[in-house]
Design a protein around this ligand. Sequence first.
Ligand code: NAG
Ligand code: NAG
Length: 567
Amino acid sequence: MASIPLVFSNWTQRPLARLIPFGLGAFLFLWAVAYFAWPTHGPHTLPSLELDVSFPPQPLPPGRGGKKWPIRANAVRRAFLHSYDGYKKHAWASDELLPLSNSSVNNFNGWGVTLVDGLDTMWIMGLYREFYETIPVIAKMDFYLDENSFAPFFETVIRYLGGLLSAYALSGEPILLARADDLGRMLSPAFNTSSGLPRFSVNTVTGKTKQAWGDGTALLAEALSCQLEYKYLAHLTGRRDYFHNVDRLMDVIRDANVPGYKFPTIWDYNEGIPANEQFSAGAFADSAYEYLLKQYLLTSKSESKVHDLYLHVANSVIENLLYITPNRRLLYVTDTNNDNPSHKFEHLSCFLPGLLALGAHTLDLPARDAQIHMWAAEGLAYTCWMTYADQPSGLGPDEVNMVPMPKSDENPRGGLWVDHLERWERTRSPVPPGLERVPPLLQGERDYSMRKPGYFLRPEAVESMYLLWRITGDEAWRERGWAVFQALERETKTSSGYASLSSVERTPASKKDEMPSFFMAETLKYLYLLFTDEEIIPLNQWVFNTEAHPLPIFEWSEWEKSEYGIH
Ligand SMILES: *[C@@H]1O[C@H](CO)[C@@H](O)[C@H](O)[C@H]1NC(C)=O
Ligand SMILES: *[C@@H]1O[C@H](CO)[C@@H](O)[C@H](O)[C@H]1NC(C)=O
């Protein structure tokens, strides 16, 4: 410390050294002149916000991005504020805004799901005023339900519990953890079944539970998408039952010894065994697979049993559920019943490419597996994008029926991707099957027909675009995401928010009077993160739950390992 003034006084005694301050000053002056005069820095060179409507959008040559991406990120932030203002004006503290009639609906327990679901997005976007405005509302939440109402376990966990925990992790506001702990406890009676697989819904006051279908069964996705939230809550509170209730479900599905790891979509929650033969990566199953990989990552790769389950299931999905279409060779994921493919392709399953890419990027896979997972990821995400690019509205339909490739001597299993991949590996033409770039097509010419033509402001396609952009660095994913955002602005915006569409095949599209809370929780968050240059939520430090709520990666302490029995 003391040597600094000494050095300085030595310097100032030398004649040349006395010139240093003047030299520095002149340099700074010249630099400032050059900085502000140089064309890339002046405000006059900011790219305009005109909508570019070329389909598919062309990526910019490298180095031409300039301020384009920050401007686009800010456009998403404005969209969020627009929705928030409408919600505040017309639906404050109700569950969701009805964006056409300017009214509100209580469809998720009536505790204000949009507020809790959107809270971490506010923090990520730097909307601190809005964030702190909602804290007093959340502080007063008592999760009350009258005797005849029941909270759906899965939705309440991923939206409310996940939202509270993520906002707590980002902001450190203690009240958010207190409310998460209350809610986690009030939902726990759902696990009181003989197998431990949770019941469909719970009364948070009486602890009474209810089943959805009346036949003692649970959906795979609903039963197995609570591990991230409850394990993190166990870590924060030291409560063993939070860990135990959700970890034992991993043993239930492992011990069921399902042949070929084709985990079915419906399970008997009394016996803990499969109750149907449908194998799917879409609705009913989707986030169950997501939570295998993600709970492994969340706890710093310390639980090897979930690692192995993820790999087996991911490989089984790739081998059994991936097909290509005959004309554009679009890669898609479908579901099978008793091994018969339906060739249905769901928007919900567009989360899968992001998950496969995340696994290939974070796990120590054999090189060939990692390559196949990445190819599957890029091909599937591209198909999700093409179902948007094909539409006059620029937004993707909820479900389509793919045209199956006919079976032949050459293709005894039709369009099954692994067969085409194997043949390709022998010939090595430039691009693997399902990864060719193809043109958009009009209705009637396409390799699919509409099954559910609506667009419900869902996030899965932009979620995968975000993960693929971060993992591959391919800027084409950002441009595609920007095309999606422009279509959202053009087709779904109302005077008080954004609305689902009843069909993506017409423009202007006809709107439905609904704005699901996941629009502010997920769709706008992933778009914002896709456009910000800064990696606000680094993928090696955070894991997103299935409602896009980031939770921080942590390590179990020695105490927790022995107390919770983790090995
Ligand atoms: C679990 O359910 C049984 C009846 O099925 C009931 O007797 C018991 O009190 C419940 N336990 C908890 C903790 O809710
Ligand atoms: C809904 O509210 C917005 C302001 O939030 C207003 O501009 C619009 O006119 C209202 N629409 C209807 C149908 O009342």
